[in-house]
Design a protein around this ligand. Structure first.
Ligand code: NDP
Ligand code: HSE
Length: 437
C-alpha cells in the first residue's frame, strides 16, 4: 500500500523531534498504522538554519500555505505555535479536506470550537494529543479510556517549565530567572515564556481538559489564571514548614450548578502524589464516578516526549484513512449535538482551605485579634505560626492555614483584618489543594 504523505509546518523543537521519531520508529509505526508514513514537505521561516533532524528527501519551503495546499500532502501536522497564523493554516487544511495533527494548545483553546465545527462539516479529523501534558496520552485517557464515567474533577501539573522552575527553587534554592533560562535552552518554554510563567499555557491546557471531561465548549476566557511569578522563596519555605509544597495546578471541578476552572500556585500536602511530581514532569489526576481517582504521569515538554504524542495522533489519523470517518471519536469526546454549556463559577464561590501570610506589628493580642476577626466569619484556623521578629521595625510575619471556606467570605474577613492598624502591608494568600476523595 502507498505511504501516507505528511506536510509538516514547523521544524523547531517538536517539529525536529517528530521527524526523528517518525524515522527511527518507521517500522513499528507502519505495523501499528497499517501504512507507512512519509514526510514529503516541510516549512520553516529560515530555510538555512541547521535542523536537529535529517531532512533528506523532504521538500523545504518558506511559505507554510504551500505545505497546506500541496497536492501530495494528505495530512497536515501543525507545529508552528501561536493562534493566528496557525488558525488560518489549519482552517485552510480543513477546507482542502486534509486531516490535521497539532500540538498547539493556544490554537485549540482559543479557536477549537470554530476549528472542530469546520472539521466536522468537512469530515476530517483534527487531533491534538500533544497539546496537553506533552507525552502523556491524557486526551485519549479521558476521551476514550474513561468514557464510561461522569468526570467529577481533574487536577494536574500541566506546565513543564513552571514545574521545573518551582522544583529547582524548592530543592536547589536557584533563582527564578536562572531556571527559566535553562528551561528555554532545553526547548521546554513557549516562544513567549510569559505564557509559562503567568499560567496562560496551563490555562490553555485546562480549557481543553475541561471540555473533554465535562462535554462543554472551550471557554478559555473564563479560566481564573495566575502564574508562578509571585511565588517567593519565603513562601516555598513557610509552606514546607507547614508540611506542604507549592505546586502550580490546573483544576477543573464540578461544583453545584457549574464548574470551577482555575490555574494557580496552591499548597499541596507534601505526601500527596502531585506534590512529588518534579522537574519538567507533568501529572494529571482525573476522578470519575465509577473508577474513582486515576493518575497519569510523564514528561510534559521536550522534543521527543511531545513527538511521541504527535506521532500517536498521526497513527490514529492514518488508521482513520482506511475507516469510516463517520465513526471516529468526536473531537471533544462527546457527540457535537451533546455538548452542553456549563456555568463557570466566579472565584468568590470557590470553597477551599487557604495559606495566608501577613506582616504585623509585634504587639500582644495581635494573633487573638486576627483569629477573632476570622471567627466572626466562621473561618477556622488549621495552623498558625508567628515568625521571629526581623528588621529594624521588629514586625513579625504570621503564616496560617485555614479550614475550607467560601472565598468571598474569606476576602471580606481579610479586608477587615487588612484595615487594622497592626497590619503592615498587603496580605498574601494561596489556595490549598487536597485530593483525598
Ligand atoms: P519552536 O519555536 O521550537 O518551533 C517553531 C517552528 O515554527 C520553527 O521551525 C519556526 O521556524 C516555525 N515558525 C514560527 N513562526 C513561523 C511563522 N510565522 N511562519 C512560518 N513558520 C514559523 O516551537 P516548538 O517546537 O517548541 O513548539 C511548536 C508547537 O508545539 C507550539 O504550539 C507549542 O506550544 C507546542 N508544544 C511545544 C512543546 C515543547 O516542549 N516545546 C510541548 C508541547 C507542545 P524557524 O525555525 O525557521 O524559526
Ligand atoms: N511550554 C510548555 C511547558 C510546553 O513547559 O509545559 C509543553 O506544552
Amino acid at each position: 500500500m502507498e505511504s501516507v504523505k505528511i506536510g509538516l509546518l514547523g521544524l523547531g523543537t517538536v517539529g525536529a523531534g517528530t521527524v526523528n521519531v517518525l524515522k527511527r520508529n518507521a517500522e513499528e509505526i507502519e505495523r501499528r498504522a497499517g501504512r507507512s508514513v512519509e514526510i514529503v514537505c516541510a516549512s520553516a521561516r529560515d530555510l538555512n538554519k541547521p535542523r536537529a533532524c535529517d531532512l533528506d528527501g523532504v521538500r523545504l519551503v518558506a511559505d507554510p500555505f504551500e505545505v497546506v495546499t500541496a497536492n501530495d500532502v494528505e495530512v497536515v501536522v501543525e507545529l508552528i505555535g501561536g493562534a493566528s497564523l496557525s488558525r488560518e493554516l489549519v482552517l485552510k487544511a480543513i477546507e482542502q479536506g486534509k486531516h490535521v495533527v497539532t500540538a498547539n494548545k493556544a490554537l485549540i483553546a482559543l479557536h477549537g470550537n470554530e476549528i472542530f465545527a469546520a472539521a466536522q462539516d468537512r469530515g476530517v479529523d483534527v487531533a491534538f494529543e500533544a497539546a496537553v501534558a506533552g507525552g502523556i496520552p491524557i486526551i485519549k485517557a479521558i476521551r476514550e479510556g474513561l468514557a464510561g464515567n461522569r468526570i467529577e474533577w481533574l487536577a494536574g501539573i500541566i506546565n513543564g517549565t513552571g514545574n521545573f522552575i518551582l522544583t529547582e527553587m524548592q530543592s536547589e534554592g536557584r533563582s527564578f530567572a536562572d531556571v527559566l533560562a535553562e528551561a528555554q535552552a532545553l526547548g521546554y518554554a513557549e516562544a513567549d515564556p510569559t505564557f509559562d510563567v503567568e499560567g496562560i499555557d496551563a490555562a490553555h491546557k485546562l480549557t481543553i481538559l475541561a471540555s473533554i471531561a465535562f462535554g462543554m465548549p472551550l471557554r478559555f476566557a473564563d479560566v481564573e489564571t495566575q502564574g508562578i511569578s509571585a511565588v517567593t522563596q519565603e513562601d516555598v519555605q513557610y509552606a514546607e514548614e507547614l508540611g506542604y509544597r507549592i505546586k502550580h495546578l490546573g483544576i477543573a471541578k464540578r461544583q453545584g450548578r457549574g464548574v470551577e476552572l482555575r490555574v494557580q500556585p496552591v499548597l499541596v500536602p507534601e505526601q500527596a502524589l502531585l506534590a512529588n511530581v518534579n522537574g519538567v514532569m507533568n501529572a494529571v489526576m482525573v476522578h470519575g464516578d465509577a473508577v474513582g481517582s486515576t493518575a497519569y504521569y510523564g514528561a510534559g515538554a521536550g522534543a521527543e516526549a511531545t513527538a511521541s504524542a504527535v506521532v500517536a495522533d498521526i497513527v490514529d489519523v492514518v488508521r482513520l484513512l482506511t475507516a469510516d470517518p463517520g465513526h471516529k471519536v468526536p473531537h471533544l469526546g462527546f457527540q457535537p449535538h451533546a455538548i452542553n454549556d456549563l456555568e463557570v463559577l466566579p472565584p468568590s464561590e470557590i470553597v477551599c482551605g487557604h495559606y495566608i501570610r501577613m506582616r504585623v506589628a509585634d504587639e500582644s493580642g495581635v494573633l487573638a485579634k486576627i483569629s477573632g476577626l476570622l471567627a466572626e466569619s466562621d473561618i477556622n484556623i488549621d495552623a498558625i505560626q508567628q515568625k521571629e521578629p526581623e528588621g529594624p521595625e521588629d514586625d513579625v510575619t504570621v503564616v496560617m492555614l485555614t479550614d475550607e471556606v467560601r472565598e468571598g467570605d474569606l476576602a471580606e474577613a481579610l479586608s477587615r483584618i487588612e484595615s487594622q492598624s497592626f497590619v503592615r502591608n498587603g496580605i498574601k494568600r494561596m489556595r490549598v489543594a487536597h485530593f483525598d476523595h
